[in-house]
Structure formats: structure tokens, C-alpha cells
Ligand binder design. Structure first.
Ligand code: C5P
Length: 430
């Protein structure tokens, strides 16, 4: 970490996070193949050049014409089509990213044994860029020792094998093995274009609590005091922590309708007091507590049971009561021994500067006051941080070190924060 971080420049703030890239979308033969259409759309709408490479059996589920129309490029499955262009080596060599979604048990087994008997497996052998597998299969297949060993082998070779989601599978059965939401695969895959080493499995066995979103404090049955938090930064942290191997509990307030991240236990809460109960319940079992939620500082002193009428006169003023500071409570619990002394506590600060001090001056004072180990600082206002997809700021640590968090996606910021969390968790375990 550098001693005096530089504020990210205005130019960097307006630059696109990822220049357009060449992406190969591999599609294996599972029912979730239809979701690959949405993923192809995700990449083409971001301006990337996409080549779809299905297996023969994938075409049993989705027609070749669909993939050609969505990608705007020809689609082949075998190594003997378009031979003068040598696509079986070119596609992999030229790719900036390969994403296989869905990756079936069979496709992973073939990748492990280095087969090259169709265009997709040949492409996998020649690719030197980040390769992401998004598995989708029945729970029994996902948990079978053969698949478990194949996933471990692929990961040991540097392939990113995403954690599947849990939920409804084909037919009436439910369990782990569902393809993550295509937007989620898109977000995670695009992160690798920003930072190829953003998804190490360095949080295996680490229990992480993340709070996210905004709380709502009811005034009457239809009105509340809320805030502009979208939940995107907290969800990015929870999603990525799970993909880095952590067991994650996400305590979520209100968001802009974000889907639950794959492999994460989500506890939905409404008010600051609900959030405090959920955080207090789960924190003692966690190694890291990351408080990204925008918690209302005040709530209406009374919640009226029936809707407040407009009436004809001036409106009544609203009396407010201070909400608990959940983060300060966690730090106090750690001091008092109610949660392990080794747990790592991370706070967030959305700051603006004024005549009395700049953003960093206020942030340093907040780190001191809150007593957490790390403070993620965002400069807010002028369309920054809230509701948008990109972010930048600073990471301040209790040991006095400070580093700039460069402009990029909220996933990129999450990856930098999790690097620091992983370092602190592992240093506490030594
Ligand atoms: O004091 P301020 O609201 O700026 O602090 C922000 C940090 O404190 C965030 O990490 C937020 O999740 C946490 N917080 C809290 N309880 C509150 C207010 C904020 O835990 N009542």
C-alpha cells in the first residue's frame, strides 16, 4: 500500500472500464444452454466481439441460427468446418476470454483429459487467456467424486470454475447445480478482463458476513425514510467472496431488485434494527464482517398504524430517534469478547469534502472513530458511487496504510477489498 494515495483523475472516472474484447462463449449440452443466449447478449451489448462454440449436443437445445443471429458470427461445432481459417487453434489463441456456460459434467471431464475432438475442446486447449466454466447439472452429478475431482483439477490448472447456484433444477427437484444467473456470469467474467487474477480461491474455509443495500424506516403503512443505495457494491462483495471460496451470509436491505448471488445465503431485512439483529446473530460465527449497507442513521420515533392523511393545514413535523450504529456495535462486541478477537471488520464511508476538510481527512477520522480494521472510502455526489455500476476511492487500514482504489467496476473494487480482507484473515490465523 502506498503512503499517500492519489485521487483517481476525472479522465479515469469517465473512461470505459473494459475496452472491447474477443470473447468465446462455449456452450455444452445441458438444458441451461438456452440461458447462454442471454449471456451472448450481455457481451455483445457491452460491445465485445463474440464467437459462440457449442458442442453438438448443445445444438439439441438451441439452434445454430439463434447463436449466429445473437453473436453476428458463424457457428461451428467440429474441427473440419472452415478449415483454411484453422479455427480449432485460432479461436483459442486469439481470445481474450473463454466462458463455457453451461459447463456440463461431461464437458469438464473432457477438458480435464485434454480431449480435442470437437471445436470447443480444441479451443480450450489453445486458449491462453482466462477461462471460466459455469457448471450446470443435477446435484448428484455435481457432488459425484468424479466431478469433484475434475473441478479440483481444473482449478489447480488455473481455470475458474464458478460455484453453481442452488434452486430449481430441471423438473421438480432443487439443489446445488443450477447455472448462475447469466448477468452474474457476465459480471464475473468481465471482471477477469479488468483483472485476470481477481478470482483466486484464497477464501476457502473463511466465513464472511456482508451487509448490503439500504434500510427503510417506516413512517406509516405506505411511507418510509430510505436512501439511494442500490446494493450493487455489497452484492459484488458477497458474490466475489463466494467465488473465491468463502462461506458467505449476505444480510440484505432493499436493493434495486438485484438477484441473489450464487452460492450465498441471503437474509433479507427491512429496518436498521432488523439488520442489527441479523448481523448480531451471524457475526460471532464469521471470520470477516464487511458492512457495505447504507443504514439509516435515524428512524421516525413513532410509526403510525394507519396512513397519515394530507389534511388541510401544515404537515406535522416528524420526530426522529437515532438508530444503533451496527458497525460500532460489532467493534464493541469484539472488544468485549462476544465475537472472536481475530475477526476482521470492514466499514464503508461515503464522504464529501467541505471547507473544513477533504474526503480523506473525514475518512481518517471515521476509521479512528469506528475502530474497524479497514475502511473503504467513496467520494460521493456528482453521480458517483450511488446507483451506478462503477466506483473508485481509497482503502484505509487501521495500521495507517492507505491505498487508492482505481476506477473500475464495483466487482473490481470488491476484488481489491477482498485481497486486503484475505491478507488480514490469514495473518490472524498464522
Ligand atoms: O457513520 P456512517 O454512516 O458514515 O458509517 C458508515 C459505515 O457504518 C458503513 O459501513 C455502514 O454500514 C455502517 N453503519 C452502521 N450502522 C449505522 C450507520 C452506519 O453499521 N446506523
Amino acid at each position: 500500500m502506498s503512503a499517500s494515495p492519489q485521487a483517481p483523475s476525472a479522465q479515469a472516472q469517465s473512461a470505459p472500464a473494459v475496452p472491447h474484447k474477443r470473447i468465446v462463449v462455449g456452450v455444452a449440452g445441458g438444458i441451461a444452454a438456452y440461458k447462454a443466449c442471454t449471456l451472448v447478449r450481455y457481451f455483445t451489448e457491452a460491445g465485445h466481439h463474440v464467437r459462440v462454440v457449442p458442442t453438438e449436443s448443445a445444438l439439441e437445445f438451441v439452434g445454430k441460427a439463434t447463436f449466429e443471429a445473437l453473436s453476428g458470427n458463424p457457428v461451428h461445432t467440429g474441427v473440419f468446418s472452415d478449415v483454411p481459417q484453422v479455427p480449432h487453434v485460432r479461436l483459442g489463441q486469439d481470445a481474450d476470454l473463454v466462458v463455457v456456460a453451461p459447463a456440463t459434467a461431461d464437458l469438464m471431464a473432457r477438458a480435464v483429459s485434454g480431449r480435442a475432438d470437437d471445436l470447443l475442446t480444441a479451443t480450450l486447449l489453445t486458449a491462453r487467456c482466462p477461462v471460466v466454466f459455469a457448471p450446470a447439472m443435477h446435484t448428484e452429478m455435481w457432488e459425484h467424486p468424479a466431478t469433484v475431482a475434475n473441478v479440483a483439477t481444473l482449478r489447480s490448472r488455473g481455470t475458474i470454475v464458478l460455484e453453481p447456484a442452488s434452486g430449481r433444477l430441471t423438473g421438480k427437484d432443487t439443489g446445488a447445480g443450477r447455472l448462475p444467473d447469466p448477468d452474474e456470469i457476465g459480471l464475473l467474467a468481465t471482471l477477469l478482463l479488468e483483472r485476470a487474477d481477481a478470482m483466486p480461491r484464497d477464501l476457502e474455509g473463511v466465513r464472511v458476513l456482508v451487509s448490503a443495500g439500504g434500510t427503510r424506516e417506516p413512517l406509516d403503512p405506505v411511507r418510509f425514510l430510505g436512501n439511494r443505495s442500490s446494493g450493487k457494491q455489497g452484492y459484488a462483495l458477497a458474490r466475489l467472496a463466494a467465488q473465491r471460496g468463502a462461506d458467505v451470509v449476505l444480510v440484505s436491505g432493499y436493493t434495486t431488485g438485484l438477484a441473489e448471488p450464487a452460492g450465498v445465503d441471503v437474509v433479507h431485512v427491512k429496518t436498521a434494527e432488523d439488520m442489527q439483529s441479523a448481523v448480531t446473530k451471524h457475526a460471532p460465527q464469521c471470520d470477516a464482517i464487511v458492512m457495505a449497507a447504507a443504514v439509516a442513521d435515524f428512524r421516525p420515533t413513532t410509526t403510525v398504524a394507519s396512513k397519515i392523511k394530507k389534511g388541510s393545514g401544515e404537515p406535522d413535523s416528524v420526530a426522529l430517534t437515532k438508530n444503533p450504529d451496527i458497525l460500532a456495535g460489532i467493534v464493541e462486541s469484539r472488544r468485549a469478547g462476544r465475537i472472536p478477537a481475530s475477526s476482521v471488520v470492514v466499514g464503508f464511508a461515503a464522504e464529501t469534502g467541505d471547507a473544513q476538510g477533504d474526503v480523506l481527512t473525514y475518512a481518517r477520522a471515521k476509521l479512528e472513530r469506528k475502530g474497524c480494521d479497514l475502511l473503504v472510502v467513496n467520494a460521493v455526489g456528482e453521480g458517483k458511487a450511488f446507483e451506478v455500476d462503477h466506483n473508485d476511492g481509497w482503502l484505509l487500514a487501521a495500521d495507517g496504510s492507505e491505498s487508492a482504489l482505481e476506477h473500475g467496476s464495483k466487482s473490481l473494487m470488491a476484488s481489491r477489498v477482498l485481497d486486503a480482507v484475505a491478507r488480514l484473515v490469514h495473518s490472524g490465523r498464522e
